[in-house]
Design a protein around this ligand. Structure first.
Ligand code: EPZ
Length: 428
């Protein structure tokens, strides 16, 4: 029952430090199961999706110890279960990575159909296809997915029909301890895919080619723990880049990998932002007008779908007409209804949205319909002149560590407040 109250209209200024990558963390945590030993994971973002994954590990019998806010020691030597409890699986999409990791170590796993953002249909057929090619069989019963190895898992050649981050990572998890070589083709190339492969290799796995569309995994008999630091979050960094550009600010965004940000940097430059790249930081400034763009979201290294709602907000106040085509998810324009409440002029036709830039957004009561739509609403509220309130912020907190403190550090007027239950607020 909490909400954000944001008074916008102030350019953001100062420095912000980016946290570890959510989408790497939520795959690396299940992967610690394969290490069968003690792992120390550093730069873990302190967000609810990570807490859920840590809870799942504890319930399965791992010893999880917090060493500092962003560093955890996880001992997976003695696990007691292979079933991920229903209520935990449903809290995050990433619970499906426990299928690959538990299958590889114990030959069986059960996870409820995962939750996460509602972006339209989110099938897992390619995950199951990979498990089956490695020698498992699957069944779905009353919302629970069970995978079971018929005998020992053995290496296979797997061609993904769709470029999919989740299937690529889950297949890697399942294959690292299978007998012989697995060749994965038409793989996703996102930075978090590479990060998972690097972690697995640090634990003794033999994974080559991550970051290209062919990944070769030679199965190993055993693995061991390691100390590993998660890469910076590409989308969190991109979100602050957009916030800086949209408010006409000047922000140094630290602890980033500029290479991972290239598709975002390129588009923001075209939109009129000045961007300086350093070894592990980028500085984003804008003084001139926001220029319209054409954006098509695509798998990496194309423009990331997770940045689409944020760029939509920027383009809603550009000088001219922009076109955004969503190439990954079939329902990722739900935030547009909220933007219209603020006076934005956007027409959506299927997978294409046309933004006619308006001079200014007006404050409004807003809703975070999913994680990135929620972040987009924060940016929209930051540029609107006046006070907006955003509800359902738990979506935002699934993926952005300390967003209130980080934005306050940049001079934003943002507060998190308890929302009064409807009956009570009417009575007052
Ligand atoms: C990951 O989701 C991210 N989530 C998403 O980020 C991100 O939007 C997405 O990758 C694309 O980059 C996590 O990493 C936890 P996919 P994932 O498998 O793995 C289709 C965020 O905001 N597909 O790459 O679930 C699917 O329908 C979140 O941080 C199949 O057809 O995405 C989609 O059209 C939201 N069959 C496309 O592939 C399958 O078996 C890409 O999905 C799997 C996917």
């Amino acid at each position: 029952m909490e909400k954000f109250v944001i008074t916008g209209g102030k350019p953001l200024h100062g420095e912000v430090t980016i946290s570890g990558a959510k989408n790497a963390a939520v795959a690396i945590l299940p992967a610690t199961i394969l290490a069968e030993g003690v792992c120390v994971i550093e730069n873990l973002p302190n967000i609810s999706d990570v807490s859920v994954s840590l809870n799942i590990l504890s319930v399965l019998g791992a010893r999880v110890r917090m060493l500092s806010k962003n560093t955890y020691e996880i001992d997976t030597t003695h696990l007691v279960g292979t079933n991920v409890p229903d209520e935990l699986s449903r809290q995050t999409r990433a619970s499906n990575y426990f299928l690959g990791a538990l299958l590889a170590r114990f030959g069986r796993a059960q996870v409820a159909m995962p939750g996460g953002c509602n972006l339209g249909s989110r099938p897992i057929d390619q995950h199951l296809k990979a498990f089956c090619a490695l020698g498992a069989q699957d069944s779905v019963d009353y919302g629970m997915i069970t995978v079971r190895a018929k005998e020992e898992l053995s290496g296979a050649r797997i061609f993904f029909d769709k470029v999919s981050v989740g299937s690529t990572m889950n297949a890697m998890l399942a294959a690292v301890r299978a007998k012989g070589q697995t060749v994965l083709e038409n793989c996703a190339k996102e930075p978090h895919v590479v990060d998972l492969a690097n972690f697995l290799n640090m634990c003794g796995a033999d994974v080559r080619g991550a970051g290209t569309d062919v990944i070769k995994v030679r199965g190993v008999e055993s693995m061991h723990g390691c100390t590993y630091s998660i890469i910076p979050d590409q989308i969190e960094a991109g979100s602050y880049m957009v916030a800086a550009a949209a408010t006409g600010g000047d922000v140094l965004i630290k602890n980033v990998t500029p290479k991972h940000l290239e598709p975002i940097t390129a588009k923001l430059r075209r939109a009129g932002a000045e961007i300086e790249e350093f070894d592990d930081a980028v500085r984003v400034r804008r003084t001139g007008p926001i220029l319209p763009l054409k954006i098509n979201t695509m798998p990496h290294p194309g423009f990331p779908t997770d940045m689409q709602p944020l760029m939509g907000v920027l383009l809603s106040v550009a000088q001219g007409t922009s076109t955004v085509t969503e190439g990954i998810w079939d329902n990722r324009f739900r935030y547009v209804d909220e933007l219209r409440k603020m006076g934005a002029n956007v027409q959506v036709d299927g997978q294409v949205a046309v933004f006619e830039g308006v001079e200014q957004l007006q404050p409004a009561p807003l809703r975070a319909s999913d994680l990135r739509a929620g972040a987009a609403m924060v940016v929209a509220a930051l540029i609107a002149h006046g006070t907006s309130e955003i509800e359902e912020i738990s979506h935002i907190e699934r993926g952005y560590e300390d967003i209130v403190q980080k934005l306050q550090g940049l001079g934003a007027d943002i507060r998190k407040v308890e929302r009064q239950p409807a009956a009570l607020s009417q009575a007052l």
